[in-house]
Write a protein that binds this ligand. Structure first.
Ligand SMILES: [Zn+2]
Length: 371
């Protein structure tokens, strides 16, 4: 296996685009951050730069189709048998969306063309921590708190997952709505990882949106069953940000952070009650904060068949939730970037189908709202 150290970030730009966009069907990975060493094997000849034929690059939002962001590295790390983190589910979700015709290669599938830069990561994280992650130099204790077996592939997927959420925000800002097939690493704190999360894609993307002028007021709506403690901690007191977290009070983390608004839900809560409480909190938070961009963590671990969550939503309840959130935000004329968040089950196909609810509903809403 050959490792190559990339210096600087280059990216293929779609003419007229505000961000780096490549068509996943036709292009290969072009560059990485100045920090990371990657295996070149995932991307063929890493030293080669393909020049895209612009006619093959899809226009985001073309043909009334919601942009879907995916990267092959999301599911690349190999997990030991029986591990609770369902690493394969992100590729399985994308494959299911391709099969259903929700994601069409060359039409609405996009992949990040570069990894985040050091500056982008350090807007949310301690520089020493970021460097230790990228150089695979975290202590055993720090790795144990993350709970994932360490590998070069894990570092690569960590960075490309953040890049994917950044691209999702770019495309949402341009098209009104875009959805990632991974993302939602909300337990990653300023200087440490936790609960399967290493770098906080939500905080990094929100801060980049503000820094770039893409948005002035970013709201993070986190409906994963676990509290978005890392995001809340990183963004606490940061002007132009608002964190809303609705989560099971009895779930991880034991020690909760303070979000801009926390909604603690009782164990075993069902569809109707959940919808009433969460919908009210979302509407009130939007009225209070008046966001101009929403980043949505659509964790499916709120469903009754999740192996880690403590709530009792049906899959139909999940459809109702995604329609409510997207309709509320898009109905107010605010762009939304969606990420999948958590979901835990040994049945990867069934779990992927639950994650795909977000993308199916996003496709419906993209058309219903005339985006
Ligand atoms: Zn979760």
């Amino acid at each position: 296996m050959v490792f190559r150290r990339f210096v600087g970030a280059t990216a293929v730009r779609h003419r007229g685009a505000s961000s780096s966009v490549t068509a996943s069907s036709s292009l290969k990975f072009k560059a990485a951050s100045a920090l990371a060493s990657f295996s070149s094997s995932a991307f063929g000849d890493a030293g080669r730069v393909d020049v895209p034929d612009e006619r093959t690059i899809p226009r985001p939002g073309a043909d009334g189709r919601v942009p879907i962001i995916h990267h092959a590295s999301y599911s690349k790390p190999v997990m030991p048998p029986g591990h609770r983190f369902p690493m394969r589910v992100f590729q399985t979700t994308f494959d299911a969306l391709r099969k259903e015709g929700v994601a069409l290669a060359g039409i609405n599938c996009f992949t990040p063309a570069r990894a985040p830069t050091l500056d982008e990561l350090c807007a949310a994280h301690d520089e020493g921590y970021v460097r230790a992650v990228c150089a695979s130099e975290l202590s055993d204790k720090a790795r144990r708190e993350i709970g994932l077996p360490w590998s070069d592939a894990l570092v690569e997927r960590t960075l490309m997952e953040v890049a994917g959420t950044m691209l999702t925000m770019d495309l949402a800002a341009r098209c009104g709505l875009a959805v990632n097939t991974a993302g939602g690493t909300h337990h990653a704190h300023h200087a440490r990882g936790s609960g399967f999360c290493i770098i906080n894609d939500l905080a990094v993307s929100a801060l980049r949106a503000l820094e770039s002028g893409m948005a002035k007021r970013v709201m993070i709506v986190d409906l994963d069953v676990h509290q978005g403690d890392g995001t809340a901690g990183i963004l606490k007191g940061v002007p132009g940000t608002f964190t809303l977290s609705a989560h099971a009070a009895s779930n991880f983390p034991t020690r909760k952070e303070t979000s801009s608004r926390d909604v603690e839900l009782p164990r075993g809560m069902k569809d109707d009650e959940y919808m009433a409480v969460v919908s009210a909190a979302l509407i009130e938070s939007m009225q209070d904060f008046k966001p101009d961009l929403v980043l949505y963590d659509a964790g499916v671990d709120v469903t009754s068949n999740d192996s880690l969550g403590h709530l009792d939503l049906t899959v139909e309840g999940l459809y109702r939730r995604e329609r409510m959130v997207l309709d509320t935000v898009l109905g107010a004329g605010i762009p939304l970037a969606g990420v999948v968040g958590g979901g835990y089950s040994p049945d990867i196909d069934e779990l992927a189908s639950r994650h795909a609810v977000l993308h199916r509903v996003a496709q419906e809403m993209f058309r219903d709202h005339g985006l």
